[in-house]
Ligand binder design. Sequence first.
Ligand SMILES: C[S@@+](CC[C@H](N)C(=O)[O-])C[C@H]1O[C@@H](n2cnc3c(N)ncnc32)[C@H](O)[C@@H]1O
Length: 310
Amino acid sequence: MFGTIMKKDDNYHVPVLLNEAIDALNVRPDGIYVDCTFGGGGHARELLKRLGPGGKILAFDQDADARNNLPDDERIIFVPHNFRHLQRFLKLHKIAAADGVLADLGVSSHQFDEGERGFSTRFDGDLDMRMDKRQEFTAKVLLNEYPELKLHKLFEQYGEVTNSKTLARIIVEARKTSALDTIADFKNAVYGIVKGNPNKYFAQVFQALRIEVNDELGALKDLLMQVPAVLKQEGRVAVITFHSLEDRLVKVFFRQGSFEKVVDEHDLFGNAGSKSLLQVITKKPITASEKELKNNPRSRSAKLRVAEKK
Ligand SMILES: C[S@@+](CC[C@H](N)C(=O)[O-])C[C@H]1O[C@@H](n2cnc3c(N)ncnc32)[C@H](O)[C@@H]1O
């Protein structure tokens, strides 16, 4: 059955850059699309509206909770796994190539709002932060086992925490006395060295922990590397990012087809040397409109970049 839009949890997640992202995919009614980050299904539902009976969506989400948002629609197939296994699952579902790939990165509002998931500084709960609960590595393991230097670099690079070295030292000191099990344990242990606005400080620290626990940058790189191979010619990829580390990866990969810094973009004969199989469609990223910014503060940091398979 298709066309019936099922009961949905309106509080799960409000999609960001909804029309902008789906418009950017140039949807073909009979096309095959991959939604790498199904979440509350907002983007997928809009995509379904634009697909005919022959269209199809392969929807990934590594968080089992997302499955509850699936529409009663046979055109959508749910893949409860990390999108870094994109090619493997396309093959499994006998899909040779896709007309479009969408990724709306990061965590959903639902994940933030469930205190026991450990993503939000607003609640107490276990130091967890796993999007995929099948994974064993949690924020608790990270904070109690990582060596000091690794903690320091992590807070510096993924959270831009100004006193990351001190923070790492305090964590290592604190855990000698007793393990850091909960968000409250952690906050109490480091409260004395918080710099500036505590909410902002902890948001940066939690961002760094979350990126590491879920290997978010590693998964994004793995995904991007597979995109040129899975797209049909003139197929589109649209990626929404929420912080500069992700945005930089997307921008660089779309432009040059790799992540390494290209020193000279011209070869010996003076030809432009990009090896990218993608054509950049958005020279500058698309950001939220005034209206969206007013209605959904989460859209503030969103950047949408789009590319097309040459
Ligand atoms: C920002 S939300 C997506 C919201 C969705 N576009 C919507 O309209 O409701 C991100 C979702 O992607 C999932 N996710 C993040 N990284 C993932 C990954 N590497 N593999 C699979 N799912 C991932 C999260 O669990 C979360 O549900």
